[in-house]
Write a protein that binds this ligand. Structure first.
Ligand code: ZN
Length: 136
């Protein structure tokens, strides 16, 4: 299992982490002597999420950010906000999920042409820990 760290810079931010995940997958495959299987990717947090988004057009990342903010607005009278004011971020985490399973072929991620793995930061800035396990 590999662990990678991603430092986010804004309170809400969507970051393409495909390169970092693929590097970890390649190392995992070499270490385990496998070239095919699946990569399990998991963020060890309750206020960010992982998903897959079209990456060629930066506007699409903005569209995703705007839609998530519309669906889960900050401070919309949530019960949890009485405790620490970040219920909107927990909702993003629960609805998108903190994990992904992606196929692995030839020792690297098998993604469609326009697919990128993105980290959705919903309560930053923070240092985020993500683990990657290749199951061959
Ligand atoms: Zn909280």
């Amino acid at each position: 299992m590999r662990e990678i760290a991603i430092s986010t810079r804004r309170s809400f931010e969507i970051i393409d982490i495909t390169g970092e995940i693929n590097k970890a997958v390649k190392e995992e495959c070499e270490e385990k002597g496998v070239s095919e299987g699946v990569a399990f990717v998991f963020a060890l947090h309750a206020t960010c999420a992982l998903t897959i988004c079209e990456s060629a057009d930066p506007g699409m990342m903005h569209d995703l950010e705007n839609k998530l903010k519309e669906l889960f607005p900050k401070g919309a009278g949530y019960e949890h906000d009485r405790i620490d004011g970040n219920a909107h971020a927990h909702l993003v985490n629960s609805f998108l999920k903190p994990s992904l399973v992606v196929p692995v072929k030839n020792g690297e991620l098998l993604l469609g042409t326009w697919q990128a793995i993105v980290l959705v930061e919903a309560d930053g800035p923070r240092k985020r820990r993500i683990v990657v396990e290749v199951i061959g």
